[in-house]
Design a protein around this ligand. Structure first.
Ligand code: GLN
Length: 208
């Protein structure tokens, strides 16, 4: 049985767990879902979701608890799947455009990411997005952007495929190879809509 972990150092990890458990229940997937705080828990996982929250806090906690080298090793293992949402996207990126000294990223996703690209908390928004190009039939996903980052530059055009770009040209969803996914927004905060999680499980976890 494959195991999907949600990094639980900080942020919206419980929301991810709820969506994943709902998918497992409804689709009867042969999957286990756990929260991950320790190297031992991480070692049981085939895939890891890094949630939204605050990348500076997540980075600090990972350093202090000694999780950083374990996380780094896990996400760089090509047999493992990784999905970062919002702060999670920042945390897995190769390069930060701003406030570099506040986050020690996992340097996995070959992009340069800009934190808080839409401004402060008050500029947060929900946008209905048409993801049907990559998620069959998903024409109207409620994407929640909260002090969201954007992918400002793809550093390796061969490795990273942009999946969704906003009208102003910012990339807000991208994949690298067949095992790495990143989103600027929070599918875990879409109420009663687990389509994004289901797609992740099908394409990135169950297929491998
Ligand atoms: N602005 C946050 C950061 O830089 C991310 C916000 C979020 O995850 N909602 O980490």
């Amino acid at each position: 049985v494959k195991c999907v972990g949600v990094l639980a150092l900080q942020g919206a990890f419980l929301e991810h767990v709820q969506h994943l458990e709902r998918c497992v229940l409804e689709k009867e997937y042969d999957l286990k879902v756990i929260t991950v705080k320790t190297p031992e828990e991480l070692s049981r996982c085939d895939a890891l979701i890094i949630p939204g929250g605050e990348s500076t806090a997540m980075s600090l906690i990972a350093q202090r608890t000694g999780m950083f080298p374990h996380l780094r090793k896990f996400v760089h293992d090509p047999t493992k799947a990784t999905w970062g949402t919002c702060a999670g996207l920042i945390y897995i990126s190769k390069e930060l455009a701003n406030e570099k000294e506040l986050v020690q990223p996992l340097e996995l996703l070959q992009v340069r990411v800009r934190r808080n690209a839409f401004g402060r908390q008050a500029q947060s928004f929900i946008q209905s997005c048409n993801f049907s190009q990559f998620i069959p039939g998903c024409h109207d996903f409620p994407a929640v952007f909260i002090r969201a980052p954007v992918i400002e530059k793809i550093l390796d055009e061969e490795a990273v495929k942009p999946l969704f770009t906003l009208d102003d040209g910012f990339i807000v969803a991208a994949a690298q190879g067949n095992n790495i996914l990143a989103t600027s927004f929070h599918p875990e905060l879409a109420e009663n809509d687990s389509r994004f999680h289901d797609w992740f499980l099908q394409q990135f976890v169950l297929k491998q």
